[in-house]
Design a protein around this ligand. Structure first.
Ligand SMILES: Cc1cc2nc3c(=O)[nH]c(=O)nc-3n(C[C@H](O)[C@H](O)[C@H](O)COP(=O)(O)OP(=O)(O)OC[C@H]3O[C@@H](n4cnc5c(N)ncnc54)[C@H](O)[C@@H]3O)c2cc1C
Length: 383
């Protein structure tokens, strides 16, 4: 988490569907997480800021019956943690051990071994340790990732600062999400943290070997220079950043399975993908919901059979989301070549999906007579 303090995240329809149902039922409060719902989306010309495409967010939320939210990562992480550890939440209170660097997982003995030598045993072990997943590498052998040939600068700038400056006020003249697609480069900017901050993600070609520094800090000057030829409001805004970072974009090579015995992977460990469709963390939330349902009422003896259902539920969908995300990477979608029909097909695939219902249906197919007893909260029970 320490790596991500300075950035924001969009959790779109398929994720907000879960945040508003099962995750809210478990205690998550979007207000405490400083959520933002933007008024509109605009694609602007990178050089003169003329509007190329614009749509109201309400069109999407009406169509899919869910909102589209923007958060600071720090806020949403803190709120998820508060809900998970709260005595008012569901089930027993988990014990959170910080600074616990997992070195490997031994599936046979159901053990996670830390680099300190400490060992933890569990009926089920979930590897949620990101793209470099030490747990996944120890269970499956080295899991491959490929660089996309792109990196992303990220920074957050105070909305007030942008509004006060005549050179940048145009970027925040309404509550909007902005996308600027320039030659080989792309900028997405959106509000977060109760509107107090604007988050910038600036993607550019980069073939430097950053394997050991996926989360490198950069100077503001370097970032400004890379986007110097964009509309003057862009370098003016980027020069206001005080806390910048650079992320090399890498994809996980799609996996045939996410599960072995008592061990399952979720999140970037299972399916790291570029940020081009804003689905990485949304898919991680779907993974979590899938586990909630497939492990419902599980016993030590049937954990591995249940995880196989999780695998069946997730592998195909994840592979497709990764494929679509790759298809929308800047190198193939420069400037006007964005095919909006294709984009709509992809969006439909991400957003119309209801994992809760799909997971319950698959459990029933495998002989577990689950049903959704409350559509609003996603509560499930055995018949
Ligand atoms: C520029 C950029 C923008 C993005 N924007 C979006 C977006 O708008 N919407 C979206 O849905 N997704 C987005 N994503 C993707 C999203 O950030 C990831 O999918 C998400 O963070 C994955 O969460 P995770 O918990 O699986 O992995 P991570 O966020 O990588 O977290 C892994 C955790 O495991 C810990 N860890 C690592 N190794 C070990 C170990 N050996 N032992 C113990 N702990 C360990 C780490 O410290 C960390 O806390 C973006 C990604 C990038 C690069």
């Amino acid at each position: 988490m320490n790596e991500e303090l300075g950035a924001a995240i969009t959790l779109s329809i398929n994720a907000s569907r879960l945040l508003r149902s099962s995750i809210e039922r478990a205690g998550f409060d979007k207000v405490k997480a400083g959520y933002v719902e933007a008024e509109k989306f605009q694609e602007l010309h990178w050089k003169d800021l003329s509007v190329i495409l614009e749509w109201q967010s309400s069109l999407v939320t009406e169509r899919y019956k869910e909102p589209w939210w923007y958060f600071s990562r720090k806020d949403v992480h803190e709120e998820l943690k508060r809900a998970a550890l709260s005595p008012d939440g569901l089930g027993s209170i988990p014990r959170l051990v910080l600074g616990a660097h997992v070195e490997r997982v031994d599936v046979q003995s159901h053990t996670a071994v830390l680099s300190s030598g400490e060992r933890f045993q569990g009926d089920v072990i979930i590897g949620a340790d990101g793209i470099r997943s030490a747990s996944g590498n120890s269970v499956f052998g080295k899991l491959q990732t490929v660089p996309e040939g792109l990196s992303a600068y990220r920074c957050m700038i105070r909305s007030e600062k942008l509004k006060e400056n005549p050179a940048t006020a145009i970027l925040v003249d309404s509550t909007k999400v902005l996308m600027l697609i320039g030659p080989n480069r792309r900028i997405v900017a959106y509000p977060c943290s109760n509107w107090n901050w604007i988050n910038f993600v600036c993607i550019f070609p980069d073939n430097k070997d950053r394997r050991l520094q996926w989360n490198d800090t950069v100077t503001v000057q370097e970032m400004v220079e890379t986007f110097q030829d964009f509309h003057p409001s862009i370098p003016a805004a980027l020069s206001m950043a005080s806390n910048t970072g650079i992320w090399q974009l890498r994809d996980r090579v799609p996996l045939q399975t996410l599960v072995k015995g008592c061990y399952a992977m979720i999140g970037d460990a299972a399916h790291a993908m570029g940020p081009h469709q804003g689905q990485g963390a949304c898919q991680a939330l779907e993974d979590a919901e899938a586990l909630r349902i497939t492990l419902k009422g599980a016993t030590r003896c049937d954990v591995s059979a249940r995880l196989k259902i999780y695998d069946e539920l997730r592998v195909e969908r994840i592979a497709k989301v990764m494929e679509y995300t790759r298809a929308m990477a800047p190198s193939t979608t420069d400037s006007r070549e964005v095919n909006h029909t294709t984009t709509q097909t992809y969006s439909d695939y991400y957003w119309s999906y209801k994992i809760t219902q799909d997971a319950v249906a698959l459990m029933r197919k495998h002989g577990h007579a689950l049903k959704v007893v409350d559509e609003v909260t996603g509560e499930v029970e055995f018949e």
